[in-house]
Design a binder for this molecule. Structure first.
Ligand code: PEP
Length: 247
């Protein structure tokens, strides 16, 4: 069964003190017991955040596809695990756009995570011009085919995918609940076609893109929407907590 998940992507925001105040604040809130909560602070704060987090998984926004070694500025899975991270993002649109992470790199990160038994959220989503020309389904299916769907059925069980239309990230524009559900239903269908129904039902599919307490209930009502990957609204205890109560 897919999990209900609220994941906060803090991006390159917050000082160490602000980040710890936020993690402590979230830890003190009452979170529904059937909702998994995870946050992705700056990697600098992974260890600190893991120390203060209660009932919250700590993840990294990025990790290397390589083992430890001569890769200046990079962070290995082994390093992130050693300070308490249990999960990482792969293929966030900002990594794809600004750091030119291509399909092959993302596939290598998926493979590295699998080999290290490290959980991940695989992000996908179309830019505005693709949505405007009406080829968003083909575009997202290709992203999944290129970097994720090479996994075996066993490896795909219980994985997490975040559908994040690029035109909705940080823009204040949200996909309508119909647009989100339509993409999520198709993603689940492709998994069922490529693997089987059992695998399709086990994968959690999150929506991301200007999701906030005022629009989350409607979006999460979609039968194939299992939660959210949240940017802006994850930087505030009240908003983030409210999202965990929006199912
Ligand atoms: C994100 O960066 O994954 C995201 C969804 O950001 P925002 O919620 O700010 O659009």
């Amino acid at each position: 069964m897919a999990n209900k998940i609220i994941a906060g992507n803090w991006k390159m925001n917050l000082s160490a003190k602000e980040a710890m105040d936020l993690i402590k604040g979230i830890s003190q809130q009452e979170i529904p017991s059937d909702v998994k909560v995870m946050v992705f602070p700056s990697a600098l704060y992974t260890g600190l955040a893991a120390t203060f987090a209660e009932g919250i998984e700590i993840g990294v926004q990025n990790f290397s596809e390589n083992d430890n070694g001569a890769y200046t500025g990079e962070i290995s899975i082994a390093q992130t695990k050693s300070v308490g991270a249990t999960i990482g993002l792969i293929g966030h649109s900002e990594r794809r756009a600004y750091y030119k992470e291509d399909h092959a790199t993302l596939k290598a990160k998926v493979d590295k995570a699998i080999s290290e038994n490290f959980d991940f959220i695989f992000c996908c989503g179309e830019p505005l011009f693709i949505r405007e020309e009406g080829s968003e389904l083909q575009f997202v299916q290709q992203q999944l085919d290129d970097s994720l769907f090479h996994l075996s059925a066993e490896q795909m069980m219980n994985k997490i995918i975040a559908y994040e239309p690029v035109w909705a990230i940080g823009t204040g524009k949200t996909a309508t609940s119909e647009q989100a559900e339509d993409m999520h239903r198709n993603i689940r269908l492709w998994i069922a076609e490529k693997y089987n129904e059992q695998v399709a039902k086990s994968v959690s599919i999150l929506y991301g893109g200007s999701c906030k307490p005022s629009n989350a209930k409607e979006i999460f009502a979609g039968p194939n929407v299992d939660g959210g990957l949240i940017g802006g609204a994850s930087l505030n205890v009240e908003d983030f907590t409210a999202l965990t109560h929006s199912f």
